[in-house]
Design a binder for this molecule. Structure first.
Ligand code: G1P
Length: 304
């Protein structure tokens, strides 16, 4: 079996759910604690042994390129000031020369189209896709969990998780043929089905290990749900021709395109940082208590 060495990180989205911050800051550059959202995807891919990082971006996203590049002036200043811990942090987000590439998606034509834009860099080998909006707090990063499972399934493998029935319309949904509790053999995939027609509640959560043949399917450039070229539709056409499984991955998940979840991610990740945990916990407890008191004491304000 060919090893999975390359990861595509689609980063071309407009971030409309986080306006006005995303007027001038790419949504992938919004921070969770002190690192941009996209860095979590890169660290996850790195931990899974990925060697080439392919970012699909669009206009206004050059700060992503700067973030993973070497910043001589900053390093020099930090060194000069003896700030070695900060220097190590800044250097830690660098990617090695020749190990990352940026490709543009000229128009927002869908996730499938974004992945297709990376086809020349992917070539003829299996690859991973990580949607950076989806951030996980897990002992073993999800992509690493997936590659372990992939060693036995081969073929195509997508991370899945149950969602409440009324949320199927927000996600790709897997139609299960056989479910052993961790692995789910797929007999179909549907992008954002209404609850009445959803084949299950197993949603796709932004982590994929795919065979290169999916790129041939994307060549068709067929529009699907929402008028966009959907990765889900191209993957669905591989089912029956290649092994295709969902895998339930462990870990707490935050869909950071959603504002409330980005706030929750900040709280959860900062509580895992020893230098921040006590202060954040105290502040959170105080804020929660004051809010509860205010809510209890001011019924008019609650209605308003
Ligand atoms: C995309 C995929 C969808 C998947 C979701 C996960 O949708 O098309 O299948 O479930 O990401 O976050 P989007 O959120 O880009 O609309």
């Amino acid at each position: 079996m060919q090893p999975v060495r390359k990861a595509v990180i689609p980063s071309a989205g407009l971030g409309t759910r986080s306006l006005p911050a995303t007027k001038s800051i790419p949504k992938e550059m919004l921070a969770i604690v002190d690192r941009p959202i996209v860095q979590y995807a890169v660290e996850e891919a790195r931990a899974a042994g990925i060697e080439l990082f392919i970012f699909v971006t669009s206009r206004g996203k050059t700060s992503l390129e700067d973030h993973f590049d070497r910043q001589f002036e900053l390093y020099h200043t930090l060194q000069h000031r003896g700030k070695s811990a900060q220097l190590a942090e800044a250097r830690g987000s660098e990617l090695a020369a020749g190990r990352y590439a940026f490709v543009r998606q000229p128009e927002p034509m869908g996730l499938g189209h974004a992945v297709w834009c990376a086809r020349q860099f992917i070539g003829d080998e299996p690859f991973a896709v990580l949607l950076p909006d989806e951030v996980f707090l897990a002992d073993t990063p999800p992509l690493k969990q997936m590659l372990r499972a992939h060693a036995s399934t081969g073929g195509n493998l997508i991370a899945v998780r149950e969602v409440p029935a009324d949320m199927t319309g927000r996600y790709g949904i897997l139609d299960p043929a056989f479910d052993d509790g961790q692995l789910v053999a797929a007999k179909g995939l549907v992008e954002k089905p209404a609850p009445e027609v959803a084949p299950s509640r197993l949603s796709l959560i932004g982590r994929y290990v795919l065979q290169p043949e999916v790129l041939d399917e994307l060549d068709r450039q067929d529009a699907g749900a929402g008028g966009e070229i959907q990765l889900t539709d191209a993957m669905a056409r591989l089912i029956g021709r290649q092994p295709f499984h969902g895998v339930r991955v462990e870990g707490e998940r935050f869909d950071c395109g959603d504002r409330a979840q980005l706030v929750a991610a900040n709280l959860a990740f900062s509580l895992r940082r020893p230098e921040l945990a006590t202060e954040v916990r105290n502040a959170a407890e105080r804020i929660l208590m004051e809010t509860a008191l205010n809510d209890a004491g001011e019924p008019e304000a609650r209605v308003a």
